[in-house]
Every structure is written in structure tokens, then in C-alpha cells.
Design a protein around this ligand. Structure first.
Ligand SMILES: [Zn+2]
Length: 232
């Protein structure tokens, strides 16, 4: 898995938050990542600048959610995402969970009703259990005023879509997990790519349903329409 060298989970969370911030996934203190390893859950505090988190800012919890280690700064509180992260740990035996407020993850929830769907895009193969010709589905749950109130509907969506490794939240973002942090990161990169592709395809009038033959039929039409509108 390319994961041969043991890595300190606290160090990893600090590094991944910096990467995810640069990708626009965790801006404005939103989003984050949690890692579960050897019966311990590592979690960032709530409402902090994710790209500036230090190792001493992180919480360590046991698998029941009890706090084992507090950050040095007593003014911090655990991430509001904690019950959502624990859904993926408990229901999917995940090793890491990521929450993103990326623009494509938010926008794609405005294009689909119950679930995001796509097929015949190469990056689908990066999602465990999926091939190029499979129909990838990601359930969409409705947003709530408080992040913790998403826990029950997220759990229901996880049960209803056993092939999905992610749950989208309408007008909000996405939760993505994997068996370890490597797979969670890979899944997150592939899902973000597919959400972005769907948004851009919709803008081009293509649609992400392969039955519409996006390359052969719809794309030239969309490009012709764009040229026509540009020429006006
Ligand atoms: Zn959020």
C-alpha cells in the first residue's frame, strides 16, 4: 500500500490539513480529518485554522469517544465533526475519515436529488469496489443548522448505500473514508475529481450519464453551443 513506514498520526493530520487547505477542501476553518489507529482516534479541534494546526492542538480519543489526551490549549474544543467521523469508524470500520467543504462537493449536491451518480469516468476506478463501467453512487443527505445533527441521517445513508465510501451533505460538502489514511486520501481525491467533472460537464450541457454518450454526441454539441453564444 506504499504505507510501509509507520507514521505518527498527529504529524500526519498536521501535514494532511496543510495539503487539504491548499486544495480548498478545509478553508474558513471548515472540514478536517480524523485518523483511527491501534484503538485510538486522533481528531482536530473545532473552529481553528486547519492549515496552522500543530500536533499539540490535537485530541486523542478512545473508540468510545472518551478523551484520552487534551490539547495544551484549554480553550479548544473537539471538532464538531466527531459524531460523523465515528459513524464511519463504527459502521464501516474505517481507519480515517475526511470532511471537505470543497466547492465541487457543495455544487454537485445542487445537481442531484437523492444521490450523486456517474459512470464511465476513469477516476471511478480509484474508489474501492468500482470499475469503469460501474455506476458510482454517493448518497446526499440534507444539511442541518448544527453539524452534529447530521449524525443520524448520515448513518442511515451509510446503511442504505453499502457500496459508497462517502456521504454528501446538501449545500455543505462531503464525508469520505477509507480503511486507512492512504485509502481515505485516495478516495477523497477521486471523489473530488468526479464531483468537479460532473459540475463542469453540467456547465457544458453534457451530463454525467454515459447513456448520453458524452464524448461522441453531447460534447461537440455543447462546444458548438458555446462557440455560437461566444460569437453573438
Ligand atoms: Zn462541515
Amino acid at each position: 500500500m506504499g504505507n510501509e513506514h509507520p507514521v505518527n498520526p498527529k504529524r500526519l493530520i498536521v501535514e494532511l490539513c496543510q495539503q487539504f487547505y491548499a486544495q480548498g477542501w478545509v478553508s474558513g476553518t471548515g472540514g478536517g480529518i480524523s485518523i483511527r489507529e491501534n484503538g485510538r482516534v486522533y481528531l482536530a479541534p473545532s473552529g481553528v485554522q486547519k492549515e496552522r494546526i500543530a500536533e499539540q492542538d490535537l485530541y486523542v480519543l478512545d473508540e468510545s469517544g472518551a478523551v484520552l489526551e487534551q490539547p495544551e490549549n484549554a480553550g479548544l474544543r473537539p471538532s464538531a465533526c466527531q459524531p460523523l467521523f465515528f459513524n464511519a469508524y463504527r459502521l464501516r470500520n474505517a481507519g480515517a475519515v475526511l470532511h471537505s467543504h470543497a466547492m465541487p462537493a457543495m455544487l454537485v449536491t445542487l445537481l442531484y436529488a437523492e444521490a450523486f451518480e456517474c459512470t464511465q469516468l476513469e477516476m471511478i476506478k480509484g474508489i474501492e469496489g468500482h470499475g469503469y463501467y460501474d455506476r458510482l453512487r454517493v448518497p446526499i443527505i440534507e444539511n442541518t443548522a448544527h453539524e452534529c445533527d447530521l449524525a443520524d441521517s448520515m448513518a442511515a445513508a451509510i446503511e442504505a448505500y453499502p457500496d459508497s465510501h462517502a456521504v454528501l451533505v446538501r449545500r455543505h460538502g462531503v464525508y469520505v473514508w477509507g480503511r486507512d489514511w492512504v485509502q481515505a486520501k485516495t478516495h477523497a481525491e477521486c471523489y473530488h475529481y468526479l464531483f468537479d467533472a460532473a459540475v463542469q460537464m453540467a456547465k457544458l450541457g453534457i451530463g454525467s450519464d454515459a447513456s448520453r454518450k458524452p464524448i461522441d454526441v453531447a460534447a461537440p454539441q455543447a462546444i458548438a453551443a458555446l462557440r455560437a453564444s461566444a460569437a453573438r
